[in-house]
Design a protein around this ligand. Structure first.
Ligand code: GDP
Ligand code: MG
Length: 370
């Protein structure tokens, strides 16, 4: 155990708090139930009550969440996860909206309202594609640095009346660093000043050779305003996905990545996750970053309640004990104790790191003064 409150220690041992407090007193430690005692004291108490001390380690965490390698037979095709990137004002949001509006089936009255930061569409040829709404460039890299690589395909939006700009270049380098294939959407083709050829030649300077330039990066002329080229863009994505042969095993405990998370006043912590492997089900117990929980309810991208979510499906999850961070990875565990222990262990490791960083700074400051 790490530093732990008296109440939590009692809870974990399934002993009465009063008995633990009494035991502590006999050891000369005065502590009320909400006070924290150090790991060594906790260990003495645990032994005193005749329980076994188990220290969680990195290895334990890995063992619990390390997933068995899926055999080739278990793997089924999964939809690609697509992120739209590009320079500001080149039409990322407009394009996402246009795709959503043309392709998402509107069952409910009032049309489509955006529920969560990701959505799925079905192309005319029947391919399912998952789009991430959120990641701008910073989100893309910070998610990657937290261990979640959620994007399979980057759609690079370049405005035909503006061509390659600094954030276009940045997006190209992010996609390349992540090893994610790109498709170029030459947007605003409806504008009189549109010059798609300039976009294509500009891109050459950045080692992006589109098909029209005899390269292998697909390029599609689109207009988020008129809808021109949108179907073609979606089919280009579907084709790229086919080449990637994306697969996952739906028949295993889920692993998912947090796309966004917030503390909702009415509903508590909520996280939008994208399932990466396995199937996430209502009732599943999980650890996610330094938090844990049990799936109380799930909603899909149309705000409908769902009982399960398979690979590449985005869902909003209720039932967390705290708010995780975008990029945190969710793993289903078999017991609540496991989930809780891993979450607490990670929180402790993070805390120790911060403390160490703090100590280092103080030492630095001292050295500088001396
Ligand atoms: P973002 O910053 O990349 O998300 O760009 P937005 O989607 O906010 O679009 C920036 C501006 O370009 C807005 O005024 C849009 O209405 C406009 N815009 C986006 N796509 C098109 C397009 O295909 N044609 C035209 N004419 N304007 C567009
Ligand atoms: Mg935008």
């Amino acid at each position: 155990p790490e530093a732990i409150t008296v109440a939590e220690l009692a809870n974990r041992m399934a002993e009465r708090v009063a008995d633990v407090v009494k035991s502590l007193m006999q050891m000369g430690v005065m502590a009320t139930q909400n006070q924290t005692i150090d790991a060594d004291t906790a260990e003495l108490i645990i032994e005193e009550f005749g329980h076994k001390v188990t220290r969680v380690s990195d290895a334990d965490v890995e063992q619990v969440i390390e997933q068995v390698e899926d055999s080739e037979d278990d793997l089924k095709p999964r939809p690609p996860v697509v992120t739209i990137m590009g320079h500001v004002d080149h039409g990322k949001t407009s394009l996402l909206d246009a795709i959503r509006n043309t392709k998402v089936v509107t069952g409910e009255a009032g049309g489509i309202t955006q529920h969560i930061g990701a959505y799925q569409v079905t192309t005319d040829s029947g391919a399912v594609l998952s789009f991430l709404d959120t990641p701008g460039h910073a989100a893309f890299t910070s998610m990657r640095s937290r261990g979640a690589q959620v994007t399979d395909i980057v759609v690079l939006v370049v405005a035909a009346d503006d061509a390659v700009m600094p954030q276009t270049v940045e997006a190209i380098s992010h996609a390349k660093a992540a090893g994610v294939p790109m498709i170029v959407a030459i947007n605003k083709i409806d504008k009189p000043a549109a010059n798609p050829t300039k976009v294509r030649t500009d891109l050459l300077q950045h080692e992006v050779v589109v098909e029209q330039m005899s390269g292998d990066v697909q390029d599609v002329e689109v207009s988020a305003h008129t809808g021109q080229g949108l179907d073609e863009l979606l089919e280009a994505i579907a084709l790229q996905a086919e080449i990637l042969e994306l697969k996952a095993n739906p028949d295993r405990p889920a692993q998912a990545a947090v796309i966004e998370a917030k503390l909702d006043v009415g509903r508590g912590p909520v996280a939008t996750v994208l399932v990466q492997n396995g199937t996430l089900r209502q009732g599943d117990i999980f650890v996610v970053g330094e938090q844990w929980g049990k799936v109380r309810a799930m909603e899909n991208d149309r705000g409908e309640r769902v009982k399960e979510a398979g690979p590449s499906v985005p869902v909003e999850v209720l039932g967390l004990n705290g708010t995780p961070e975008a990029g945190d990875v969710l793993n289903v565990t078999s017991t609540e104790a496991q989930a809780r222990e891993i979450a607490e262990y990670r929180a402790q490791v993070a805390k120790d790191k911060r403390a160490a960083a703090g100590a280092a700074t103080t030492l630095d400051q001292l050295m500088q003064k001396a």
